[in-house]
Design a protein around this ligand. Structure first.
Ligand SMILES: CC(=O)N[C@H]1[C@@H](OP(=O)(O)OP(=O)(O)OC[C@H]2O[C@@H](n3ccc(=O)[nH]c3=O)[C@H](O)[C@@H]2O)O[C@H](CO)[C@@H](O)[C@@H]1O
Ligand SMILES: C=C(OP(=O)(O)O)C(=O)O
Length: 434
């Protein structure tokens, strides 16, 4: 099995080109099913989740070609059915977008339950409620569910909470539905906006994406064309944090600085300095970090996907920090791992109380999800000695080449193969801190 090995890292210096957004790519790839002509997407990252989508596309008959320049062309004209392999659908989170994207054309979609990072509870009731309002009927089975609709009709949908997944899924279903759909309490995330922009480029009639009310007038068909996915703001945010942990200056290029507003504001409070340009951001360490409080919230608030890497940074900031997770109250699988490295963190409900500035020591630790992996890579840069991280497959769901990028900045990081039993034993006996 693969592990990531890290040694304490001196100042980082250099720049990293940020890959296309995972979460946007997952929506865009599924959205292509709505078109009646080929679509070419630029910037889609070569990551595990995307490879699964290409597999699913292949199964249902949508030809996909990855060109030498990295672009992907998808041809929805040859889709034969909407019976999605259960296991493939359950191996990542956003498989539910195939429901919204295939329902109008096929009248019935059969699919496995969404997988993805395990935060104990990730309900899909808002997807169900929204699609039902448009005329869909759901049936739930042990390992899959089916969604049927003889006809999809526009509806007025009030979400009970802000959800990017349900906003995008209902938007996809509404594009070819009859009449007008209004999504109220919609998510404003850049990934929602990116999806709406692409669909409009191909002939959809969506207005208001990026606000909390999205209106979609159903159209009869969509054409194809070309679209470039937005950059991954979550990966960019984690690289900016690495300058705070290891020192030095890190530039992220090919980004949209506006998408990182709340992250930059929080990192400035903590003591980093920033230079913002049109498409790049440089984070400078000032050598001084301050404790802070943070509460995650939906865009434009501080993203839950940045909570875990931020926690690593706060563990190194002297003083008491308080991190409250409002989106996934149990998203703390990184905390026991940070404790194994000597971090002083107490968890009470959905809040982590951090006494920062204690020395960290390398250890064997396990990344249970993508951002726990980011968090542990950052912590490993600050820890004395060697840190070995298992669960690399989770990191690979989101990052094209995290190791290469951190190495290019000067981090002491490598991918190594070890015997699985050896890793398990090391994780079991590691020097667990009280
Ligand atoms: C593939 C993808 O894009 N994943 C992202 C997406 O996940 P995902 O789309 O699953 O997350 P949502 O934005 O839908 O979830 C936001 C909140 O709404 C709740 N909720 C959501 C749907 C629903 O039907 N019922 C319900 O209660 C969730 O439990 C959560 O508390 O947004 C999350 C929140 O920014 C990010 O952490 C994930 O990286
Ligand atoms: C939670 C995440 O991903 P997913 O929703 O795909 O599990 C993430 O990217 O941090």
């Amino acid at each position: 099995m693969n592990i990531i090995r890290l040694e304490r890292t001196g100042p980082l210096n250099g720049s990293v080109k940020i890959q296309g957004s995972k979460n946007s790519s997952l929506a865009l790839m599924a959205a292509c099913c709505l078109s009646d002509s080929p679509v070419t997407l630029s910037g889609i990252p070569d990551i595990y989740d995307i490879r699964v989508i290409c597999d699913i596309a292949d199964d249902i008959g949508m030809k996909t070609v990855r060109h030498p320049n990295g672009d992907i062309t998808l041809d929805p004209r040859s889709i034969r059915h909407a019976d999605i392999d259960k296991e493939k659908a359950s191996s990542y989170r956003a498989s539910y977008y195939f429901v919204g994207a295939l329902l109008a054309k096929f009248g019935k979609v059969s699919i496995g339950f969404p997988g993805g990072d395990n935060f104990v509870s990730r309900p899909i009731d808002q997807h169900i409620k929204g699609l039902k309002a448009m005329g869909a009927r759901f049936e739930f089975h042990e390992d899959h569910y089916t969604v049927e609709a003889t006809k999809l009709t526009g509806a007025d949908i009030y979400f009970d909470m802000i959800t990017s997944g349900a906003t995008i899924n209902c938007m996809l279903a509404a594009v070819l539905a009859e009449g007008r759909t209004v999504l109220r309490g919609a998510a404003k995330d850049p990934e929602v906006v990116d999806t709406a922009i692409m669909l409009n480029e191909f002939g959809a009639n969506i207005s208001g994406a990026g606000t909390d009310t999205i209106r979609i007038e159903g159209v009869r068909s969509l054409g194809g064309g070309h679209h470039t996915v937005i950059p991954d703001r979550l990966i960019a945010g984690a690289f900016l944090m690495s300058a705070g942990i290891a020192g030095g200056s890190v530039t992220v290029t090919d980004v949209i600085p506006d998408h990182l507003g709340s992250c930059i504001a929080k990192l400035t409070e903590i003591g980093l300095q920033f230079e913002l340009r049109d498409q790049s951001i440089t984070a400078h360490s000032t050598g001084k970090l301050k404790a802070t409080r943070v509460r995650t919230s939906m865009y434009p608030g501080f993203a839950t996907d940045l909570q875990q890497p931020l926690t690593a940074l706060l563990v190194t900031a002297p003083g008491k920090s308080i991190v409250t997770e409002k989106i996934y109250p149990k998203r703390f699988q990184h905390v026991p791992q940070l404790r194994r490295m000597g971090a002083d963190i107490e968890l009470r409900g959905s809040t982590a109380f951090i006494r920062g500035g204690q020395p960290l020591a390398g250890n064997w630790v396990h990344a249970a999800d993508i951002r726990a992996g980011t968090c542990l890579m950052l912590a490993g840069m600050a820890a004395e000695g060697t840190t070995c991280i298992t669960g690399v497959e989770h990191i690979e769901r989101g990052y094209e080449d995290a190791i290469g990028a951190f190495r290019s900045l000067g981090a002491n990081i490598s991918l190594e193969q070890v015997d699985a039993a050896h890793a398990e034993e090391k994780l079991r006996i590691g020097s667990v801190q009280p």
